[in-house]
Design a protein around this ligand. Structure first.
Ligand SMILES: [Zn+2]
Length: 593
């Protein structure tokens, strides 16, 4: 008889007994001692540093960061479990302060390493084993680094330049108050509260929410648009003129360690497949009983099934879908339950949403979910346990190389979710549950793949236009054209959406960041398609990707698994999975549930 797991809070005792325990105080003391002794080694850094001294420095750093990670994770996990606890809040503040100081005190190593010339660096790189990619990644920016004096000036001027503008942007936009009429009563809401109505079943409320959102942003449209122009000009001045990147987007690509051509191919493939989502929107219109979907209705709910999954059986279902793919994966996921690293309860004061925290290679990750028994919640459990499996498979790597990089971070999670969904679709006779799963997959696919790709396409165009002196109105016009291409005639887009771009913080504070979402999600779909075609022979290659963690660049990890991310055909494979989701939805009879 299989053991049934209860829904429960997690235990953090593998980290510390409590925030005010003697063990915690001892850890702070130990951290201080280790950092201080590391600082005394500074004079040993030099071109001719012996390989074993260098290795010793790396080990010491790993120990320091592992201890720091234990302390920091304990604080942030305690806070997630109980956000209203003042003692925990205060402790978290203390930890943040300590960690900022520790980072500053250790910074000298990184600065020295980046400065080191090629000959001496490659001598050392040949002996560092698993630390290699971590060290290589630090040096990626060397060709684009200015002299120390220039870097200092850039840093100094950024404080009152781009960073100040971004701060003003968030000060201005965080003060916005949005008003909507709900049941005859005017409510004053924050953006987060307002956007709840984007998913409301009442079509008028959905429209009102978006109209209000862009009325408010639109009133400041000119101002916010000017801030954007300034940031974009600064980006060009710094990244292209001073640091000699080929294109504005290339600076971000190097950050992700993804070649420029790959990003171009990815975005162009998305563009070619926009019609797939348009087809989905037409289908959704039929489910909502309207002739034509409005932009307001993208996230409109299609009636939810009432089916509930008890926690214990749901956990077994998830573990079983992992086991079906690979027994080792199920064993790893089971460890999260066995060691009580899963907080699945819904409690007052607990952080909403879901995440997985990997503290260090030797420790089973902690998983946070708010399980309420919908089919959605089962999928979320599979998703977060997928993250946990990913880092456990990579646990042979160092602290610095076991975390997968951003473009690969969602691989195991989304893949795990898809295995579960496939299972549910195959075994669940309830059409309403099938429908919920498929809509969830498609809404997520739209939001993470196409929407983000079109933001990136807009950014690319906007950066070019600003360089040629485009006005705010011209940028807004380009944005409307971007939406028209994205939605074709499948969606009715009303005029106020011309201000949507000034409401996207990412394009202000981290230019071109958004395409990483597209990359990650589509990558998983493409892998999934290969799995469907190849069956068992795909599995070892997939496990190799996961067990590589972050020990090499995304391209080299994927190349080793036989995947060519430079080829458009690979990315197209991801869209084939999406096509099949749409076809499955099209095959369901409309109107039940
Ligand atoms: Zn995730």
């Amino acid at each position: 008889m299989m053991k049934t797991y209860p829904q429960s809070p997690w235990s953090l005792s593998d980290l510390f007994p409590s925030h005010d325990s003697p063990e915690m105080e001892a850890a702070f003391t130990e951290l201080e001692g280790k950092v201080a002794s590391f600082e005394t080694l500074c004079p040993q850094l030099g071109d001719e540093i012996p390989a074993d001294t260098f290795l010793d420095l790396l080990h010491r750093q790993e120990t320091i960061y592992a201890l720091a990670s234990r302390i920091r994770s304990f604080a942030s996990l305690s806070f997630s479990a109980d956000t209203q606890n003042q003692a925990v809040q205060t402790f978290l503040g203390r930890v943040d302060q300590t960690m900022a100081r520790v980072n500053n005190r250790l910074l000298f190593f990184e600065l020295w390493w980046k400065e080191l010339d090629e000959v001496h660096a490659s001598r050392l790189l040949s002996v560092v084993g698993d630390y290699r990619y971590w060290l290589e990644a630090m040096r990626l920016f060397k060709p684009h680094t200015l002299s120390e004096a220039e870097e200092k000036i850039v840093n100094l001027k950024n404080v009152t330049g781009v960073r100040a503008i971004n701060q003003l942007y968030s000060s201005i936009t965080n003060r916005y108050v949005f008003k909507v009429q709900v049941d005859g009563e005017t409510k004053e809401l924050t953006r987060g509260e307002l956007m709840v109505y984007a998913r409301h079943h009442d079509p008028q409320l959905r429209a009102a929410a978006f109209q209000e959102l862009y009325r408010v942003y639109g009133e400041d449209g000119n101002l916010l648009g000017q801030m954007y122009q300034t940031l974009v000009r600064d980006w060009h001045n710094e990244q292209v003129d001073l640091r000699h990147f080929a294109d504005p987007i290339s600076a971000r690509n190097l950050d992700n360690d993804i070649p420029d051509e790959v990003v171009t191919t990815l975005l162009e493939t998305c563009r070619k497949n926009a019609d797939l989502f348009q087809r989905y929107f037409r289908l959704k219109a039929r489910w909502l009983g309207v002739d034509h979907l409005r932009r307001y209705d993208i996230y409109a709910p299609v009636a939810k099934s009432d089916k509930r999954y008890e926690f214990g059986p749901a956990a077994e279902l998830v573990l079983d879908s992992f086991r079906h793919f690979n027994p080792q994966m199920a064993d790893l996921a089971r460890r999260v339950f066995e060691q009580r690293h899963l907080d699945s309860e819904v409690r007052k004061g607990k952080r909403s949403g879901a995440f997985c925290a990997s503290v260090m290679p030797a420790l089973t990750p902690w998983v946070h979910i708010n399980y309420q028994g919908h089919a959605d919640d089962v999928a979320t459990m599979a998703h977060e346990l997928g993250h946990a499996i990913h880092s456990m498979l990579a646990s042979s790597h160092s602290l610095f190389t076991f975390h997968s990089s951003l473009p690969l971070a969602e691989t195991a999670s989304t893949f795990g979710e898809m295995m579960l969904v496939d299972r549910l679709l195959a075994e669940e006779s309830d059409e309403a549950v099938q429908r919920d799963m498929l809509f969830r997959q498609m809404d997520d696919a739209y939001a993470t793949i196409l929407r983000q790709a079109y933001f990136a396409l807009f950014e690319r165009q906007a950066h070019e236009m600003v360089q040629k002196g485009a006005s705010v109105d011209e940028l807004a016009k380009a944005y409307v054209a971007n939406l028209a291409e994205q939605f074709g005639d499948a969606l009715e887009v009303s005029d106020e959406f011309r201000w949507e771009w000034v409401s996207i913080p990412h394009i202000y504070h981290t230019p071109f960041y958004v395409y990483a979402y597209t990359f990650g999600q589509l990558l998983v779909f493409s892998l999934y398609q290969q799995f469907q075609v190849e069956g068992d022979s795909f599995k070892p290659r997939y496990l190799k990707i996961l067990s590589s963690g972050g020990s090499a660049s995304p391209e080299s990890i994927l190349t080793q698994a036989g995947i060519d991310i430079r080829s458009a055909a690979f990315w197209q494979g991801g869209f084939n999975v999406i096509r099949s989701l749409v076809e499955q939805l099209e095959a369901l009879p409309i109107g039940k549930g």
